[in-house]
Design a protein around this ligand. Structure first.
Ligand SMILES: Nc1ncnc2c1ncn2[C@@H]1O[C@H](COP(=O)(O)OP(=O)(O)O)[C@@H](O)[C@H]1O
Ligand SMILES: [Mg+2]
Length: 276
């Protein structure tokens, strides 16, 4: 089988996934193969956006990359070492901020920092990291607020701060801004760029918003068909803040839109055949 690898031009690979296959068992039916022979590499400081039709396996892929879920086949490497479970240098941000309602903002940011798979830190260092992360997402002054007192944007900033407090080398973000209004989403995109630049953090952003991918990503991958596999790759080297209505980026938007439309249609067709 042809190995599809989205490789980076940069040699400094922080995260690599090689030959990933993911199957979900189903009762009285063949297993649902979600990803097949999927590979990608993420370079240091790179922001990679992943687009693809709904149900193609993007969230599953991100969980596998985070070590939260085991692949049926294939290997994941973080800084050249095999990944077998949650990694302290990998931060995860979900679509839903998943804050604990009984903890205030700073307690939410600090939550889990002393869990056992995290490197041991002193109380003072924990406090310092929490404060720094809250400052990074511009929420100083709101530390005592409870999740019910936060706007959607503030809740997502808190979720981002929680992952920053772990000083992640790699951020994995699963449609983190899709529930936000357009202006808040644009602010969050800017914030993500500032933070990744400040700490030289690499990131993989799953999004369904092509313009979001065009705004933030150095590289865009398109996953299509079931089982999910790589069907397109675009590199964008324009400086930030980026003008996404240039002729060049508009041409890329058209290509991605067409490829995504084809992927959606063929996914639907395959599902119809599979359900017959
Ligand atoms: N925990 C799970 N158990 C069984 N099947 C799952 C599970 N998570 C996802 N799936 C299935 O895997 C496929 C891909 O889902 P997902 O990774 O959520 O895709 P996406 O994020 O691209 O929408 C879907 O068919 C979904 O029903
Ligand atoms: Mg998803």
């Amino acid at each position: 089988m042809l190995m599809q690898t989205a490789t980076s031009a940069n040699d400094d690979i922080v995260l690599g996934a090689y030959g990933i296959e993911l199957r979900y068992p189903r009762p009285n039916q063949p297993a649902n193969t979600v990803l097949c022979d999927f590979s990608l590499e993420l370079a240091k400081g790179e922001i990679l956006a992943i687009l693809g039709p709904s149900g193609v396996g993007k969230s599953s892929l991100l969980r596998v990359l985070a070590g939260l879920q085991a692949a049926s086949q294939g290997t994941i490497q973080v800084n050249g070492g095999s990944l077998h479970g949650p990694h302290p240098r990998l931060g995860f941000v979900f679509q839903d901020a998943s804050l604990l309602p009984w903890l205030n903002l700073q307690e939410n940011v600090g939550f889990g920092l002393d869990f056992k798979h995290q490197p041991a830190i002193t109380k003072a260092e924990k406090q310092q990291r929490v404060q720094a992360a809250i400052a990074d997402v511009d929420l100083l002054g709101a530390q005592e607020r409870y999740p019910s007192e936060l706007s959607g944007g503030m809740a997502q900033r808190t979720a981002l701060a929680r992952s920053l407090a772990r000083q992640p080398e790699i951020l994995l973000l699963d449609e983190p801004f899709s529930a936000l209004d357009e202006i808040t989403r644009a602010d969050m995109q800017t914030l993500l760029l500032q933070i990744t630049a400040k700490y030289d953090t690499s990131a993989i952003l799953v999004t369904h918003d092509i313009d979001e991918a065009l705004t933030v990503a150095d590289r865009i991958l398109l996953i299509g068909q079931s089982p999910g596999r790589l069907i397109g790759e675009w590199r964008i080297d324009d400086e930030h803040p980026r003008d996404i209505v240039t002729t060049k980026i508009t041409a890329i938007r058209v290509e991605i839109t067409q490829a995504l439309r084809e992927a959606r249609n063929s996914t639907k067709q395959q599902r119809r055949v599979a359900s017959r």
